[in-house]
Design a binder for this molecule. Structure first.
Ligand SMILES: *Cc1c(COP(=O)(O)O)cnc(C)c1O
Length: 430
């Protein structure tokens, strides 16, 4: 890394655990110190040493319009002199609720929070309060934020650091959580037959993005819907990543399956800290002040976050946006696959809309076991080469690449060429 990044990282490590505010950013999985970022525009990031990168992290998903999109900047500028937080209702929140409910098929009512973690944690509390049950079922490799009950076999962050569960999480909350293999309807059916009447909720990333992108077997998702209904458990789709990403209405629209509750985050904040959860009216009405399940937030529905989110949703509702994202993403990932093939490197590409992953493996990647079987060493070398080429990827073999509307054809072409060089380097060193 550049000199200035290195100096900042050395200082940061003395002041913050690992020098970062979120673990994967530290780059340990790839054995490389992170560049410190000074600014971003469109599909580009610049680090403090002045190096430019084409960005496929997109802040881990939120920046679907690219950085500093003019409509988002304008919306924020229009709000900032009017005060940044009131702790009182605003018209912006009503517009945001209306926008979300209009776009996400299963949501009749919504509550805004400040992060995806808060959204899933609150949805779990609601499911437990509403059903009067305690057990939760989740799936291996799916990440639902860092709430105690959900930090069990939770994908990339933990996998990157080889943390199986998590010290500091008492056995009690985690003990109510059963983690099952993704895409395995047989195991899920067995578990529901055994525990069904005690299960409050089944939570799933309908298109997992936190162990890299894994595509769901539609019969698996349908089975989750049918069996939760049969046993009186709630089905929670954690669409914090897939929402507004795999299609306009998220995975539930793409696959035509309506969960009872949905968690959102990332894109709906337009780059500001936001989360939301919502679903069927009769369930949401259990939340205070209408019902007796408590959840609150000093900054929830924050005017700046609402303004940035609304401007983003407005852009996403314009004609042709998802078609453009699909076209660019298809071109990028088919280009990467072709480049790997022509250099004799075996890869598997999984893609859903504008998120995808490139796995160094020769067999299908369909669950956490097959993800973990991929060649992380090869990824490390690929990553280092791509960073040197000015292509910024998530520093872990178990993450997704995100394409934004701001990725132009030239940048996509350059990315494929950089990948070709990186694959060539890998094949020479074999
Ligand atoms: C990112 C993510 C979360 C956590 O959101 P934060 O805003 O980081 O707390 C939860 N679930 C999924 C599926 C995510 O991708």
């Amino acid at each position: 890394m550049g000199k200035k990044s290195k100096a900042l990282f050395d200082k940061a490590k003395k002041l913050m655990p690992g020098g970062v505010n979120s673990p994967v950013r530290a780059g340990r999985a790839v054995g490389m110190d992170p560049p410190f970022i000074s600014r971003a525009k469109g599909c580009s990031l610049w680090d403090v040493d002045g190096k430019r990168y084409i960005d496929y992290v997109c802040s881990w998903g939120p920046m679907i319009l690219g950085h500093s999109h003019p409509a988002v900047v304008k919306a924020l500028e229009g709000r900032i002199s009017k005060g940044t937080s009131y702790g009182a209702p605003t018209a912006l929140e009503v517009a945001m609720a209306e926008g979300i409910i209009e776009m996400v098929p299963s949501m009749d009512m919504v509550r805004m929070v400040n992060s995806g973690t808060e959204a899933t944690m609150s949805a779990i509390r609601l499911a437990r309060g509403y059903t009067g049950r305690t057990k939760i079922i989740k799936f291996e490799g799916c990440y639902h934020g860092h709430a105690d009950s959900l930090l069990v076999c939770a994908g990339s962050g933990l996998a990157t650091f080889a943390i199986p569960g998590c010290p500091g999480v008492p056995a009690d909350p985690a003990g109510h959580t059963l983690s099952l293999p993704f895409n395995d309807l047989g195991r899920f059916t067995e578990a529901m037959e055994k525990h069904g009447p005690k299960v409050a909720a089944v939570i799933v990333e309908p298109v997992p993005g936190n162990m890299g992108v894994v595509l769901p077997d539609v019969a698996f998702l349908k089975g989750l819907r049918e069996l939760t209904k049969k046993h009186g458990a709630l089905l929670i789709f954690d669409e914090v990543i897939s929402g507004f990403r795999v299609s306009r209405g998220g995975a539930q629209e793409l696959y035509g399956i309506k969960p009872d509750l949905t968690c959102l985050g990332k894109i709906i904040g337009g780059g500001l800290p936001v989360g939301a959860y919502g679903g069927k009216k009769e369930i949401m009405q259990s939340m205070a002040p209408e019902g007796n399940i408590y959840q609150a937030g000093t900054l929830s529905g924050n005017p700046l976050a609402m303004a940035a989110g609304l401007a983003t949703l407005k852009e996403l509702r314009k004609r042709g946006v998802y078609e453009e994202l699909e076209e660019k993403s298809a071109k990028l990932f088919s280009g990467l696959e072709e480049a790997a093939g022509s250099e004799g490197i075996q890869v598997v590409v999984n893609r859903a809309g504008s998120m995808g992953s490139l796995f160094f493996t020769d067999r299908g990647v369909t669950d956490f076991e097959t993800v973990k079987a991929c060649d992380a060493q090869k990824f490390r070398r690929f990553y280092a080469s791509m960073m040197a080429e000015g292509v910024y990827l998530a520093p872990s073999a178990f993450e997704a690449w995100f394409v934004s509307t701001a990725h132009d054809w030239k940048s996509i072409g350059k990315t494929i060429e950089s990948a070709r060089k990186s694959f060539a380097m890998l094949s020479q060193r074999r």
